[in-house]
Write a protein that binds this ligand. Structure first.
Ligand code: SF4
Length: 127
């Protein structure tokens, strides 16, 4: 399984470990959800070969930050969560089409197996 991600910023800590920073715009969430940052940490460690020790959100509107340590406990639970998600994705073999307004601009509409249903819905729903 190949994973891709793009973290906003990676700083080097004085001890050589890495600090991942995600820039945020808009208001602060009541509860911080750092799952994405923890997945980035696993990917960064695998691709850069250095430990990640800190994770931060940097709120650009007011300059405040939220920071947490990336502990061994987080590392192993995030890895387990990632592997469970991969296992679940590998079980999926049915990918039903999601028909909607976007179909009207789809370059594959002419070859889409759903084009008759799309035509019916476009007529009925006026899109
Ligand atoms: S037209 Fe077909 S292939 Fe294109 S977005 Fe709609 S369902 Fe998907």
């Amino acid at each position: 399984m190949t994973l891709f991600g793009r973290v906003d910023r990676i700083d080097a800590e004085p001890d050589g470990s890495l600090h991942l920073i995600d820039y945020k715009t808009g208001s602060h969430d009541d509860e911080v959800d750092a799952r994405q940052l923890r997945l980035y940490a696993i990917m960064a460690e695998a691709s850069l070969g250095k430990p990640v020790t800190r994770l931060s959100f940097w709120y650009l509107d007011d300059g405040k930050t939220w920071t947490t340590e990336f502990t061994d406990e987080w590392r192993s639970s995030s890895r387990a969560e990632l592997m469970a998600a991969i296992d679940e994705m590998e079980q999926v073999s049915d990918f039903p089409a999601t028909i909607g307004v976007h179909c009207g601009h789809c370059p594959y509409l002419h070859a889409c197996a759903e084009r008759e249903e799309i035509a019916r819905r476009r007529k009925a729903e006026g899109w």
